[in-house]
Design a protein around this ligand. Structure first.
Ligand SMILES: [Zn+2]
Length: 501
């Protein structure tokens, strides 16, 4: 997007302190703007080792207000307005947002038109007045959100048989809406989705209003807890919303294709019991609601979008999947609500904390409810672990995604490879300390983000001794350390190649 000239609007901003200061410093502010305008816009990032251009420095988003208007066709761009309330953490004469794959019509900063340009996958905004550190700013972007993507850069919208769903993890929320697209910047979200009558829209959080006018309905949802952009969910389709009650009166709502409602009900009925099972392990469910979104789409994955996990409907209606397996996957996404969502990763290198824990409770549930021994699964993981580390890196220092790969950073090293680290830890410190650690972890970092170093520190604190060396090998070693209590466990030799080099 080329830099767009814009008319000067009359100045009428109400915010006191900053306006006074801006006026007082008018001369220097003007020169700053001139300097900034002549420098080319540059994509920025927060320095994530795996995704250097994700996120942006200089501000902290407090709230997103996302408004989408859906035409009824999931091959047409949606009209959208994204409003961001942020607090600056540095003086900024430009504000970078992550945004690619949509047309930007206009940008306003604090009610006044602002210049904008595209640089890489950033939308670079030049407000009329530079922003000072420590002030609140409101950025409004009018744009389109296009659910059709090129094959080599699939975005967050998932086109379903009857509409759309969202899957933004890890780095594609900004292909849907302008944002600070890094899990370290959680914010509250309001969604306003307008769709033709006959369609139902659902998003993260709880409903906050339904407005029917002239053939369309606007559905509003709001999150009660802060959320990362990668966990946003918006579902639009010919859906039925089913309501039930979880532990302590927790409202549980599932979103299902209306035509598959009856077939899906026996699976959905299991959720309250699974929540109770998780609560027994780690304590209270951390959010205001939960439920499953059953999408009529072939994604090849399920995703723990906050309060409303995304599942492929076929996982439940294809007879090929064993019942215990499907249920353990349900628990995997549920466990993420604590591990990954409520306690988010500070960087993408901390992904093992999400997937390791989700895999751990998935496997533990299979052991306790379907007689699938955890130890056997961990022994097999031990055998494969060196190979996983060679391929994807050690669990807490994963290799960057290779371009064109669908897997991205979601490799076995951070799933069973990381659950194996938790198993080793339980072997090392004993079950009671391990279970105390798990509860303390989700309590201490609730609604926040945490690093691998935070986990190592809390584990050491809980065990009453320094576990730094233990974790060094298990999290960062090229080779898998010996398993405490199982000296007989060995890496499985790689299968011999059949002929030739
Ligand atoms: Zn997962």
């Amino acid at each position: 997007m080329p830099h767009t000239p814009h008319p000067r609007a009359p100045r009428s901003r109400a915010r006191g302190g900053r306006r006074v200061r801006a006026a007082a410093l008018l001369a220097s502010a003007v020169s700053v703007c001139l300097v900034a305008a002549s420098a080319p816009p540059t994509p920025l990032g927060v320095g994530d080792r795996l995704f250097p251009h994700l996120g942006n420095p200089g501000y902290d988003v407090a709230a997103y207000d996302l408004s989408f208007t859906y035409s009824g066709s999931n091959t047409e761009p949606l009209r959208a307005v994204t409003t961001i309330d942020a607090r600056t953490t540095a003086d900024l004469d430009r504000v970078n947002l992550d945004f690619a794959h949509g047309k930007v019509d206009s940008v306003e900063v604090d009610g006044e038109p602002a210049g904008f340009a595209t640089a890489g996958e950033d939308l670079v905004i030049t407000p009329e007045d530079a922003l000072d550190e420590g002030e609140w700013t409101r950025i409004t972007v009018r744009h389109t959100s296009d659910p059709v993507y090129p094959e080599d850069r699939e975005g967050g919208w998932v086109r379903t048989a009857d509409g759309l769903a969202m899957a933004n993890q890890a780095d594609v929320a900004h292909l849907v809406f302008p944002c600070n697209d890094h899990p370290s910047d959680k914010a509250s979200f309001t969604f306003r989705v307008t769709a033709p009558d006959g369609l139902t829209a659902v998003a993260n959080g709880l409903p906050a209003g339904v407005d029917r006018t002239g053939g369309t309905t606007t559905w509003t949802y709001r999150t009660a807890h802060p959320m990362a952009t990668e966990l946003a969910q918006v579902s639009i389709g010919r859906s039925t919303v089913l309501h039930r009650t979880g532990p302590h009166g927790l409202p549980v709502r599932d979103v299902v294709p209306t035509e598959h409602r009856a077939a899906l009900e026996p699976w959905l009925a299991k959720t309250p019991g699974q929540i109770a099972w998780m609560e027994e392990k780690v304590g209270r469910y951390p959010f205001e609601t939960y439920g499953l979104l059953m999408a009529d789409a072939t994604t090849g994955f399920e995703l723990e979008t906050q309060t409303l996990s995304l599942f492929e409907r076929e996982l439940f209606t294809e007879p090929g999947y064993p019942k215990w397996y499907v249920e353990s996957i349900m628990v995997h996404e549920l466990a993420h609500q604590w591990f990954g969502n409520s306690v988010g990763p500070a960087t993408w290198s901390d992904l093992w904390l999400n997937e390791g824990h989700a895999t751990w409770y998935e496997a533990l549930y299979a052991q306790e409810t379907a007689d699938k021994p955890l130890e056997a699964r961990m022994k097999a993981a031990y055998g494969a672990s060196d190979g996983w580390r060679a391929k994807g890196g050690p669990p807490a220092a994963p290799k960057p995604p290779t371009s064109g790969s669908k897997t991205g950073i979601f490799r076995a090293n951070v799933y069973d490879g990381a659950a194996l680290v938790l198993y080793a830890l339980r072997q090392e410190i004993g079950r009671p300390a391990f279970e105390r650690l798990e509860r303390a972890w989700v309590t201490r970092h609730r609604d926040g983000t945490a690093t691998t170093a935070d986990f190592v520190r809390l584990a050491s604190e809980t065990a009453g001794r320094d576990l730094g060396d233990f974790f060094q090998g298990w999290l960062y070693g090229e080779k898998t350390p010996p398993m405490p209590g199982h000296p007989d466990w060995k890496p499985t030799p790689a299968p011999a190649r059949a002929g030739g080099a």
